[in-house]
Design a binder for this molecule. Sequence first.
Ligand SMILES: [Zn+2]
Length: 73
Amino acid sequence: MKRRRGRPVGDPRWITARYKGACTDCRAEIPAGTQAYYYPNSGSLFGKACGCGERRQAEFDAAVFDEANNASL
Ligand SMILES: [Zn+2]
């Protein structure tokens, strides 16, 4: 399978919640109109206010960084 440039479609990203939701990690409320880190593949949502979104993003970015290092070696 050919690798596409940039991040694949299923990669997590920051979104603005259109509806009230709950953080997948800590169940904190994610009010509509606030930022949340969203995993399209699993439908998981992690709040910014509770810190889970940024923690997840850091984990994901670390994984991508490792991948990029391996590919360039
Ligand atoms: Zn949370």
